[in-house]
Design a protein around this ligand. Structure first.
Ligand SMILES: Nc1nc2c(ncn2[C@@H]2O[C@H](COP(=O)(O)OP(=O)(O)OP(=O)(O)O)[C@@H](O)[C@H]2O)c(=O)[nH]1
Length: 654
């Protein structure tokens, strides 16, 4: 029997003296592997899950602001339950993706099933480690749907931050049991009293109920695990009821096809069962199923209250709809509530670097969206960049991570265009125009904006933002927010030093560099979180860019009237830097309607026509220069500017 490392797919070798499996030395891609019962020191887990009735199952998530220690706490919980060896080298083992390990952040919620003996009984604990960044909130909200409780972590040094507030309310509104935990108490700068007081002020959490732990050192983690078992209720389902399973995530494996992650709500599922999707009514046969330990661990059946993976003969990646209910063939069930659809906030074009790779890019996007249901996909094309897609993301980091995953996991080489937000446009007499069938249209790409005469009103997306920071910075931060057209709704102290501001901001204004500026103004002490707050009517204009008096559609940008001039100037400067000099002068202009707002010239390449002219009469030199000038004039008229692909991207990029 051979075992594969799930990270680098290298074969593990067995040391016959110790009977343990090791990664061969040549496997440089991987510096660790999980220890399960196959790999020596791991605890024996019973793969017969019928031994864990609903009363001895706990499903819980760890939620917190970014970097407050969720993945580190998950490591300790895996160690305490002997899922992985108690080894100092374990670092964020649930962050399996290459992008997560490179960036040191969690972008994908991960499940692990832990077995823990408490008061003489074995419990099956399904732990979900969630991302902290606001762009991956959809992962958190879906994870919460599979849980009955959460561990809310707060860094004892940094205190309550913007995402702590957002995550608390997400769990609170889902009626989940919240176990408050103060992490990093080993740090010198830890301020447990102040931070527990912040939790009291903001969330009405009794300071005596707050666990004080160090996820890094392991202090207090075992007691926390006992509280999880005592306080979080078991799932509601019943083994006797008609089988219903909720698909909460999926991924694509090149060998196994679609792998669906299911929460079994009622009944049970066994290998060979035929299951039907409520969404598309197609029936599939279960070929393999199991649970995440955290690696896939095959079993024969999954029972009510348990969480696991299922592989069936699902050929097409599009068939797996996250939030769909599956049931046994020929039974009748009510569908489960599913999930609220994710609402993409940021759109950007994505094109293959080489047009011949369009189809493979389409396949790669299909497979990756299976693992990231929050991305929306539309076909798009651009005269400069060819055929491609316009993808909708939850934020800029999400966009960056998705492009990186496309390259790393699917070998796709892509060009990403400048991100923009979707605008809603009310247009005149739309019903009389064949092209539009409604009065209101949503524009995902600025070059699709209808003519000015047709536009009645334009609206842009706005968000409700939360900023938490020390009060020393309030002046600078308020100026920044006002400069970005923000309106402060509320501000209050959360302790005697830190202040929380609630404000409304146009999404377009925070898209690119708002967070960076906020961080630099506050020396990194401010945290920012936002949520969708609908649309607001605004005076917006489309800035067009002209190269040698010819408008180039791909460069158009929609922005607020007050920012048009600055944006036009910046893009013109970037374009002049990226378009190579040619034998004639090239003008680059930014314009709104017919009005030119900014202009930059790319100077002509100077050919030294005097090079061969040694000495001689000055009139001879003048004659040569005059002839050159006349030639250039002629060229500018007939000359077609060749704009390199990079120039588009550089100008469009931040
Ligand atoms: N001193 C100390 N450092 C800790 C403790 N817990 C976590 N850390 C450190 O905090 C940093 C962030 O920890 P992570 O576990 O990656 O945090 P996270 O919340 O999972 O981060 P995201 O997934 O990116 O949101 C790492 O450098 C950890 O080593 C602790 O109890 N004490």
């Amino acid at each position: 029997m051979k075992y594969l490392c799930s990270f680098c797919r290298a074969f593990l070798v067995r040391n016959y003296k110790t009977s343990k499996f090791y990664l061969p030395r040549y496997s440089i891609n991987c510096d660790r592997f999980y220890s399960t019962d196959n790999f020596g020191s791991g605890r024996k887990i019973y793969t017969d899950l019928s031994q864990y009735p609903v009363e001895r199952i706990r499903n819980f998530s760890i939620i917190a602001h970014i970097d407050h220690g969720k993945s580190t706490l998950a490591d300790r919980l895996l160690e305490i339950t002997d899922t992985i060896p108690r080894d100092k080298s374990n670092k964020q083992v649930l962050d399996k993706l290459q992008v997560e390990r490179e960036r040191g952040i969690t972008v994908k919620a991960q499940t692990a099933s832990l077995i823990y003996n408490y008061k003489g009984e074995d419990y099956l604990l399904n732990l979900i480690d969630t991302p902290g960044h606001v762009d991956f909130n959809y992962e958190v909200s879906r994870s919460l749907a599979a849980c009955q409780g959460v561990v809310l972590l707060v860094d004892a040094n940094q205190g309550v931050q913007a995402q702590t507030v957002a995550n608390f309310y997400m769990a609170f509104e889902s009626n989940l049991v919240i176990i408050p935990v103060l992490n990093k108490i080993d740090l010198k700068g830890a301020q447990p009293d102040i931070v527990t007081q912040q939790m009291k002020t903001l969330f009405d959490i009794d300071p005596h109920t707050v666990h004080k732990i160090s996820a890094k050192a392991g202090t207090g983690v075992e007691e926390l695990l006992h509280t999880v078992i005592e306080d979080i209720p078991p799932p509601n389902g019943s083994r006797e009821a008609v089988t219903r399973a909720l698909l909460f995530d999926s991924t694509y494996d090149q060998y196994k096809g679609v792998v669906g992650y299911f929460s079994i709500i009622d009944g049970m599922l066994t290998k060979g069962n035929k299951i039907t999707s409520y969404h598309n009514k197609k029936t599939y046969e279960i070929q393999d199923l199991g649970f995440m330990h955290p690696l896939e661990e095959p079993t024969n059946s999954l029972y009510a209250g348990q969480v696991g993976y299922i592989i069936c003969n699902m050929r097409n990646a599009k068939e797996a709809q996250v939030g769909d209910t599956y049931y046994l063939q020929n039974t009748e069930v009510q569908p489960l509530p599913g999930f609220k659809a994710a609402k993409p906030m940021v759109f950007a074009g994505i094109y293959p670097s080489d047009q011949s790779e369009f189809n493979s890019l389409r396949n790669a996007i299909e497979k990756l969206t299976l693992n990231d249901a929050s991305v929306s996909v539309h076909i798009d094309s651009s005269p400069a960049l060819g055929q491609g897609f316009r993808l909708g993301y939850l934020g800029l980091l999400h966009m960056d991570v998705f492009s990186q995953r496309l390259e790393q996991e699917h070998n796709a080489s892509v060009i990403t265009s400048c991100p923009n937000v979707p605008y809603k446009i009310k247009i005149k007499g739309a019903k009389n125009i064949k092209k539009f069938t409604t009065d209101e249209i949503t524009i995902l790409n600025p070059c699709h904006l209808p003519d000015k005469q047709m536009i009645v009103e334009m609206s842009e997306p706005v968000v409700t933002g939360t900023i938490l920071m020390p009060d020393d910075y309030i002046g600078d931060v308020t100026s920044l927010c006002l400069e970005r057209r923000g309106e402060i709704i509320d501000q209050s102290y959360i302790d005697n030093k830190r202040i929380m501001i609630k404000l409304q901001l146009p999404l377009n204004e925070i898209l690119i560099d708002f967070y960076d500026e906020l961080k630099s103004l506050t020396s990194g002490y401010a945290s920012f979180d936002y949520e969708d707050a609908g649309y607001k009517v605004s005076t917006l204009v489309k800035v067009d860019f002209l190269i040698n008096n010819k408008a180039v559609d791909e460069l158009s940008i929609i922005c607020h009237t007050s920012r048009a001039r600055v944006i036009a100037k910046n893009v013109c400067i970037k374009l002049t830097e990226s378009i190579p000099k040619q034998l004639f002068t090239i003008s680059v202009q930014g314009a709104v309607g017919g009005k030119i707002l900014a202009r930059q010239d790319i100077k002509a390449l100077r050919k030294d026509v005097l090079a061969k002219c040694y000495g001689g009469d000055i009139t001879r030199k003048e004659k040569l220069l005059k002839r050159q000038a006349e030639g250039k004039k002629k060229m500018r008229k007939i000359g077609k500017v060749e704009i390199p692909k990079d120039a588009f991207i550089n100008a469009l990029k931040r």
